[in-house]
Design a protein around this ligand. Sequence first.
Ligand code: THU
Length: 138
Amino acid sequence: MAEINWDELKAAAIKAMRSSYSPYSHFPVGAAALVDDGRIVSGCNVENASYGVGLCAECGLVSNLAMTGGGKLVAFYCVDGAENILMPCGRCRQLLFEFSQEGMLLQTTTGIKTIEQVLPDAFGPRDLETGFNAQERN
Ligand code: THU
């Protein structure tokens, strides 16, 4: 299990935030996560003239995870432009859940919490094994 260095994660999130492309919201976001093999992955928000197409920082982070060898996320830190902790939006909690190790920790505005606490009763990969479509395949 990789040791969690929250200061290092925060610094990586701030560094990512500084690469943000957010000319429409003027709300830069940076996210960083520790992977179970000890590496750190990160991402920033990338907006678009077609506003709804904009990508959250967590989208870049999970893409960075896949591109650099995959693995499970162990700890997560997200910051806004003032370098304050930012809660991942609902969609991004789902993005993170897909790649989270059980009990993945997040710095939140109300202290350190697990992914299960911020996304209770989550729908995840295992739910696909029990539904109608899975029965069809068997
Ligand atoms: N944003 C993120 O990047 N991650 C979140 O979890 C919350 C929101 C971005 C999207 C948009 O570019 C800006 O913050 C304002 O909503």
